[in-house]
Design a protein around this ligand. Structure first.
Ligand code: C2E
Ligand code: MG
Ligand code: MG
Length: 676
């Protein structure tokens, strides 16, 4: 099944949200995070490399002094060994178990600043003392010897130009017998080391720069692409202006914004009435050019914060600011005048509906922000107001008001309750009898629906049928009515009443169903009601739908033995042509023939000719809405077969109608005997 409109709308909104969520900001943040992560990784890596470098150098220096310590321990009594030690680079001194210096070589440049350092494997830690010549080593709060990076780099760059740089540090090494050797070790940075470090760091830096440039290009491209997608999403291909998505998105924002809370906004629907005809007479392309021109002209009228978009077909949506209703009306009239002047050789018509959104005032009389007002709802109201101007081609302006609001509220109520009402059998069948005007005998009846609602009271069809016709529920009602009428007829037959055919209205909405005749037959058969007791009424307007399908359905209905009538003949457009093609049994003359301007001599001529025409086509006639005696006499004279009107009877509940029917004698006798 294809998606419904609401589903499509939801999908569209989802898509839009996705686009928004993956907006350039989103991807920019992601890219920035990636860059930061990458740089952090490089810094950590560089840190590891540096640490490895430094610690390796420490280890080298340490192994030298440790070597000296071991030599001293092995040969402190051996002159040769001591000579060998004396010739070495290392300065050191040795203390006995009491801390008394027992041997010294070179100068003691050690300071009091000391701390622990653990090397790469982390298993051993050494207490190191800062040498007075170096100031980039310090001890942190945890008594660890640390390098002051800034000072180190300063020193490093100073020594880098010279030969190898030697950084002295003092270390404690335990000897046997509680003795200790405190020696000066060197942290040697060769020229090669400096070149290596500089090269390594430059490589890291180059990678970071390349990565940043690539990421930056990517960010710029995604921003540009996002803008393009948004432009596509919001632009209207027909007019080149904005589309409905844009209108809803920014319209909501505009009317709900804090900054504009004091402004009065009007949500406006403008329809170019002649669009279809214009396209038919010219071409689709020219029609679209005209829409583009209308959009342009309307856009020219916009002030600050106002909006215009092409909504659907020949509908435009606007958001306008207004000072007073009168001023808005004048402005909208001005729009119509302007638009009508687009092509002087055509007489174009534009209908406008508007819903007013004044500032919102709280209980304390203070103007507050209009939170949650939906431009879409307001636009629907504007459309409803515009629809009130009718299907005429005339231009006009209509503002959504309380009456329309009530109408919509009622429509919503009906829609909410319709299925439950059907389930609870709240819809009741009223019967309006049809009489022979010459003999005053009951000849038939029409079944008319009423809604006996426990909540809303007794509701007449005029208040529900148009709603059901629009929302499609009418098919359920018609089936429901047919089922109940067929059951009633069957029950009356069984009770011995002389049943007359009862006509049931079938809405035009049914005619898209190709098996309509079979459905009707099945419903009637289920009630075991003879087909001759059911007549099907089709309203005149239905005859303008698919003619071929209509003829096929009427033929089938007749084949099954149902009579078919044309309801409301003469109410709308002339349906003489339909009479020619449709094999109908009954023609129901609309009540309009007998009312107001239509009545009178000319009206009588039309009615008598219509009756004559029906007779020649072998059709029976029913006159609807007859309220007066002289009308009955006239119709009797003209040979009208039946009269349905208040003169004889109003639509009535089943029990009252039952009383109007007569019983066959035998049945009456049977019933009488049964009672005795
Ligand atoms: P309709 O089928 O043309 O029914 C005739 C309408 O004229 C009925 O209005 C009836 O009460 C009214 N009427 C009959 N005689 C007179 C009269 O002398 N004076 C006046 N003023 N009115 C008279 P009702 O019952 O309000 O129904 C209105 C319309 O609603 C019907 O017009 C029909 O089109 C529709 N309708 C009613 N029930 C159903 C239904 O079950 N299915 C469908 N599809 N439509 C229905
Ligand atoms: Mg009818
Ligand atoms: Mg009628």
């Amino acid at each position: 099944m294809t998606n419904t409109k609401t589903q499509r709308k939801k999908n569209n909104e989802k898509l839009y949200k996705k686009i928004r969520n993956t907006s350039s900001w989103g991807s920019t943040v992601v890219y920035l995070l990636m860059i930061i992560l990458f740089i952090a990784m490089l810094v950590v890596l560089a840190g590891f490399v540096l640490q490895y470098f430094v610690e390796t150098k420490y280890a080298e220096g340490y192994s030298e002094i440790e070597h000296t310590a071991r030599l001293y321990e092995m040969g402190s009594d051996d002159k040769k060994v001591m000579e060998y030690i004396e010739s070495g680079d290392s300065d050191f001194y040795v203390t006995d178990q009491n801390g008394k210096i027992i041997y010294r070589k070179g100068k003691d440049t050690r300071t009091d600043t000391s701390g622990k350092v653990s090397f790469l494997n982390g298993e051993e830690s050494y207490t190191l003392y800062v040498d007075s010549e170096t100031d980039f080593l310090y001890v942190d709060n945890d008594s660890n010897l640390r390098l002051s990076v800034g000072k180190f780099i300063e020193w490093f760059t100073d020594v880098a130009d010279d030969e190898d740089a030697k950084v002295p540090v003092w270390v404690n090494i335990s000897l046997s017998g509680g003795r200790k050797l405190v020696g000066k070790m060197y942290f040697i940075i060769t020229k090669r080391d400096t070149i290596l470090v500089v090269e390594l760091m430059s490589a890291f830096l180059a990678i970071v720069i390349v990565f940043c440039v690539l990421a930056f290009v990517r960010i710029i491209r995604s921003v540009v692409n996002y803008r393009r997608v948004v432009r596509l999403f919001y632009s209207d291909p027909t007019t080149g202006g904005h589309n409905w998505n844009w209108y809803v998105r920014y319209g909501d924002e505009r009317i709900n914004s804090l900054r504009r809370k004091k402004e009065s906004f009007a949500v406006v629907n403008i329809v170019f009435r002649n669009y279809r005809n214009y396209c038919l007479c010219h071409s689709m392309a020219e029609g679209e050019d005209l829409l583009a021109e209308i959009n342009y002209q309307l856009s020219q009228e916009l002030g600050k914060d106002e909006m215009c978009a092409h909504a659907t077909m020949s509908n435009f949506a606007m958001l306008l600011k207004y000072k007073s209703e009168q001023q808005l009306r004048e402005r909208l009239d001005g729009f119509i005048e302007k638009l009508r002047g687009i092509e002087s050789e055509h007489n174009f018509d534009f209908q406008i509906g508007a819903d007013l959104i004044p500032p919102k005032v709280n209980d304390g009389g203070k103007i507050v922000r209009r939170k949650g007002r939906s431009v879409e709802n307001a636009y629907n109201n504007a459309c409803a107001a515009r629809a009130e101007l009718g299907e005429t081609e005339e231009s006009g302006v209509r503002i959504f008001d309380n009456a329309l609001f009530e109408q919509q509220r009622w429509r919503d109520i009906v829609q909410q309750h319709q299925y439950n009402a059907l389930k609870n059998e709240e819809f009741v069948v009223y019967y309006q009898p049809k009489y022979d005007p010459r003999t005053n005998a009951l000849k038939g009846a029409e079944a008319l629906v009423r809604w006996d609602s426990p909540e809303f009271g007794f509701v007449t069809p005029g208040r529900i049928i148009p709603i059901f016709e629009k929302n499609g529920f009418i098919t359920e009602i018609d089936h429901y009515m047919l089922k109940h009428v067929a059951r009633d007829q069957k029950a009356w037959l069984d009770e011995g009443y002389e049943c007359v055919p009862v006509s049931v209205n079938v809405s035009r909405a049914h005619f898209i169903e190709t098996d309509l005749a079979q459905q009707i037959r099945d419903i009637v058969d289920a009630a075991q009601c003879p087909h001759g007791l059911i007549e099907i009424e089709l309203t005149e307007s239905a005859f303008f739908d698919d003619k071929k399908a209509m003829i096929a359905t009427i033929r089938k209905l007749k084949e099954y033995g149902f009579a078919v009538s044309m309801d409301d003949f003469g109410a709308g457009y002339s349906s003489l042509n339909s009479l020619k093609d449709m094999p109908l049994d009954v023609l129901k003359l609309d009540a309009d023939f007998f009312r107001g301007e239509n009545a009178g001599q000319r009206g009588e001529i039309v009615v008598s000719e219509a009756i004559r025409l029906a007779k020649s086509l072998d059709m029976r006639t029913v006159a609807e809405g007859i309220e007066q005696k002289d009308q009955v006499d006239f119709l009797a004279q003209q040979g009208c077969d039946m009269i349905q009107g208040y003169y004889f009877a109003k639509p009535m509940p089943k029990n009252e109608y039952t009383e109007k029917m007569s019983r066959s004698d035998s049945a009456q006798n049977d019933a009488h005997t049964e009672m005795q």
